[in-house]
Design a protein around this ligand. Structure first.
Ligand SMILES: C[S@@+](CC[C@H](N)C(=O)[O-])C[C@H]1O[C@@H](n2cnc3c(N)ncnc32)[C@H](O)[C@@H]1O
Length: 269
């Protein structure tokens, strides 16, 4: 199943080259890129960089913080947080092609000293107990059936009192998800929790839930705006391929019909 998930995300061609070529074609110079230039492709979740900033603000971070990003993808959220606070962020992700791309992109924007990416599984984190001052996970658990293991691992590697920010796609009350969606082409690798299940999963892992924010309506508006505007130089299509437009149409309906919801949790270890 892990291979099916990694294959869904990283089965394509040379991702770094595709992103570099797209940026150069649109007139950008790789020597003068900023993290914001990369956001349309490397903040791989609904509501983009702004959603990462909102989550980060609740994590009580400072320059000395050691932060873990679980399911770090192309590294956009990790770089955003590193840039906001001058802290160090370690990203871990199942998809090797994403870890390699995350490392390359960090070099382009001069953030290599502040971030590190390695391949690994959220349900078996390769870190000692109480390593991190904060952790976040953005749009990852939809691919993970054993969320109890994932959150128990997050709790284990956090220092007591550390904050854990979760922003995920949940199962809504409006019916079954319409596929394909950006995290799965069919139900085989899609495992959405309900909002009720999330509360017991997080508290069952030993977290105190401090704040819950439902952003479903904002997410719907974000997707509608994305579908309506001219696409930026490089988008999620770089790795999701030619069915990305269909995924976008499905996501708009999934949100409109409340088949999915987007919800954030701020927790304390
Ligand atoms: C939709 S992307 C989100 C990436 C990133 N968090 C972001 O918001 O830009 C989902 C990511 O979760 C990763 N993932 C899925 N299952 C995982 C697991 N068991 N352990 C680690 N990463 C996983 C995928 O490889 C993919 O990079």
């Amino acid at each position: 199943m892990d291979e099916a998930v990694a294959g869904h995300y990283g089965g394509g061609e040379d991702l770094v080259k595709i992103i570099a070529d797209g940026l150069v074609r649109s007139g950008k110079s790789l020597e003068h890129l900023t993290a914001v230039d990369l956001a349309p492709v490397d903040e791989f979740h609904i509501r983009g960089r702004r959603a990462t900033e909102d989550l980060a603000r609740a994590l009580c971070l400072g320059a000395a913080s050691r932060v873990l990003d679980i399911g770090s993808g192309l590294g956009g959220p990790a770089r955003t947080v590193a840039e906001m606070y001058g802290c160090h962020v370690t990203g871990i992700d199942l998809t090797l092609a994403f870890c390699d791309a995350a490392t390359a992109l960090s070099g382009w924007v001069g953030l290599s000293e502040h971030v590190a990416f390695r391949q690994g599984d959220a349900t078996h984190l390769p870190f000692a107990d109480a390593t991190f001052d904060a952790a976040m996970t953005i749009h990852v658990a939809m691919n993970i059936a054993t969320k109890d293991l994932m959150y128990a691992q997050a709790r284990r590697v956090l220092k007591p009192g550390a904050r854990f920010g979760v922003y995920d796609v949940l199962q809504g009350e409006g019916g079954d998800v319409l596929f394909p969606v950006p995290w799965a082409r069919d139900p085989a690798i899609s495992h959405l929790a309900t909002p009720e299940a999330m509360m017991s999963l997080l508290s069952g892992a030993g977290f105190r839930i401090l704040e819950v924010t439902d952003s479903t309506q904002e997410s719907q508006r974000w997707f509608e705006a994305m579908a309506a505007r001219t696409a930026p130089a490089v988008t999620f299509q770089a790795f999701l391929g030619s069915d990305f437009p269909e995924m976008t149409r499905n996501q708009i309906r999934n949100l409109q019909e409340r088949r999915i919801r987007t919800v954030s949790y701020i927790c304390e270890a």
